[in-house]
Every structure is written in C-alpha cells, then in structure tokens.
Design a protein around this ligand. Structure first.
Ligand code: NDP
Length: 326
C-alpha cells in the first residue's frame, strides 16, 4: 500500500484526501519510482482546490513534479536504485502524479538527477525553478546580457519569480523585483534583487509606449501588468512570458513590437524536449548557490497539501513549498 493525495469530484466540486491505495491501482507504465520529494506549484494549487480546470478525469493523484528512486524498470535507460526527477508531460494532470509515495511513469518523461544535485534540492527547484531557468535562457537567446540594462522579474516572491531573481543575480544581471507584498522586500534583496518595486506602481493602464526601462523581463503575471512592462521594454529587449497569476488576457498594442523591436517569447515547461530540459537542469545545478535552498523553502507533509494549495492561491506563500514523502 502507498499513501497518495487523491482528488475526487462530488457535485461538481473537487475533494482532496490522503488515502492508502494499492500500487496496483497506479496506471501501468514502464518505470516505477519511489517518490521522496514533490512540491506545490501554482498549477498543483489550481488542481487541488479545483479553482482551475486542470483535472478532467477523476480520481486523480495531482503533483506535476517529483524526485525519487527507481524501484522497478522495464526501460533499459533506467535501473533500480537510480535517482531521477520528473516535471511536466501532463503528469499530475492527465496521469497520476507526484503527490504520492510511488508513481508509475513512462521513461521518456524522466530526467536522471544531475550530478551534484540532491533530490531534495531538485524539488526546491521543481517545475517553478525549471521554468525560471527557461525564461532566463529565453532572455539570453534574445540577446539580453548583463550589460544591456536592468531586468525586471514580476511575481517575484513566488516560486518562478524567486528562482528567476536568484538565477539572474548569479549571472551578473541587475534585477528589479516586482512584488505585491512589501513584507517580502528583505527576502527578495537577499536572493539578489537590486531593488524591489511595489506592484501597485504598475496599476495605471498601459500606454502603447512608455519610458524605456527594462532590457529584459521575466513575467509570471500576464494581464495588465504584462501589457505595462512590454510598453516599458527597451529597444531590442526581450520579454519572457510564462504565467497568468494575474490573468490570461494581454491588452497590449503592436507598438512596442514594430517601433522598438521588442521580442515577446512564450515559455512552456511541460512539453519542452528532453535535450533542452536536461541542459536547463544542468545549468540550475551549477548556478544556484547553497544559500538559495535555505532561503526559498518551506517543507510540508502530504496531509498539509490542500491547505497550502489554498494559501498559495491567496498569495500567502513565499518561495517554494516542498512536500516530504520519505
Ligand atoms: P506562485 O503562486 O508561487 O507565484 C506567483 C506570484 O505572482 C505570487 O507569489 C505573487 O507574487 C504574484 N501574484 C499572485 N497573484 C497575483 C495577481 N493577481 N496579480 C499580480 N501578481 C500576482 O506561482 P508560481 O511561481 O509557481 O507560478 C507563477 C505563474 O507561472 C503561474 O501563473 C503558473 O501557472 C505559471 N507557470 C507556468 C509554467 C509554464 O510552463 N509556462 C510553469 C510553472 C508556472 P508577489 O506577491 O511577489 O507579487
């Protein structure tokens, strides 16, 4: 028997409960992983609370990422005892996921744990951190260098934002962090932000073009805030957009694109090819300092996951939430 957070639907409402289930109930796949760590990402919070239409088939075990040890494998690429991690590919959405003591998964979805990265730290990074790295890579590919000017990170005290601040700082960029929570200013400065800007100061509707201020932007918020920062991006700058914490609409104009050569680069972490995934994990392993893992983390049990999911959507969570499944 294994312990799992199970989502069921009653009268159109999502119910989450920790249950003991038989591992024979897990979907049949080639590799069995004994999960040691998972995490609570924004998408997990939407799934667990039912506030977003993430899960369409019930019952479902949520958890879009995990790190653990292979305990059985019919896939020659993975052997028993091997440390692995998984993010994305619809796991925790359409396939039973990481908020359980065990998962059965397709070997194509697994990444060997990079040398030098502990399983616990891999899940402090998790999907959020991988996405932050992909956003930073998008800025680099757009030609944004530390010499180009300041880089803005929105939703900075969340999982993606915190990791993006830390990564950009490590790479020598001057980082401005946008946050709606002034009480997190100290935290953001300690991660490497040069200064923190209140989210409120972006609340006026965006003009088609505003004063050029940012060589690059990592945006997790979307909506009006994304429209505003696009209008403030320097000539030739790049905006990496990965999230919708503030809304999925984008009320912008073509002006920043056609007059300032601004590049808007979408970033997805779910379906990115394995080669880019492995490269991103390697860079995360090399770049994040030990201090990051202490600063940016809280640790919970499986039983606490539903409450933390609600807190995360209410803007009460800072940094990353690790789920201990050992
Ligand atoms: P978190 O909840 O940890 O962080 C989101 C942050 O956004 C909050 O901490 C808050 O930061 C800010 N925020 C929250 N609500 C609002 C609002 N209404 N308006 C403006 N800012 C707000 O989530 P994650 O970091 O895990 O994810 C962030 C976003 O990125 C989500 O939309 C998620 O779906 C998306 N994402 C996308 C991925 C992809 O593959 N494209 C992968 C992972 C995440 P503060 O208080 O500092 O302002």
């Amino acid at each position: 028997m294994i312990k799992a957070l199970v989502l069921e639907q009653q009268d159109g409402k999502t119910q989450a409960s920790v249950q003991n289930i038989s591992s024979s109930q897990l979907p049949a796949e080639d590799v069995t992983v004994d999960i040691k760590w998972s995490s609570i990402n924004y998408k997990d919070a939407l799934a667990i609370t039912g506030k977003g239409k993430i899960i369409r088939q019930f019952p479902m075990v949520p958890g879009i990422d995990f790190a653990g040890i292979v305990s059985a494998s019919a896939d020659p690429r993975f052997h028993v005892g091997q440390n692995v991690l998984l993010t994305g590919w619809g796991v925790g959405e359409t396939h039973w996921g990481g908020l359980a003591e065990q998962a059965h998964v397709n070997g194509d979805w697994l990444v060997p744990l990079p040398q030098g990265l502990e399983a616990r730290n891999a899940m402090i990074i998790g999907t959020a951190g991988l996405t932050a790295m992909l956003c930073v890579m998008a800025l680099e590919e757009g030609g944004v260098t530390p010499e180009s000017g300041e880089v803005l990170v929105t939703g900075a005290s969340g999982g993606v934002g915190s990791t993006a601040v830390a990564l950009l700082h490590q790479l020598g960029y001057q980082v401005a962090a946008v946050s709606g929570r002034q009480q997190n200013a100290e935290y953001l400065l300690s991660l490497g932000a040069k200064y923190v800007i209140e989210r409120n100061s972006f609340s006026d509707a965006a003009k088609p073009l505003e004063k050029q201020s940012w060589a690059g932007v990592v945006d997790v918020v979307g909506g009006d805030l994304l429209a505003k920062v696009i209008a403030q991006t320097n000539y030739g700058g790049t905006v990496a957009a990965c999230g919708l914490a503030g809304g999925y609409q984008l009320p912008t104009t073509v002006m920043p694109f056609i007059l300032r050569n601004v590049r808007l680069q979408g970033v997805d972490s779910v379906m990115i090819p394995t080669e880019r995934r492995v490269a991103a994990w390697q860079r995360l392993t090399e770049l994040l300092p030990e201090r990051f893992y202490q600063l940016a983390t809280s640790e919970i049990t499986l039983e606490q996951a539903p409450q933390i999911a609600a807190d995360l959507l209410n803007g009460k969570v800072t940094g990353r939430v690790l789920v201990n499944l050992r």
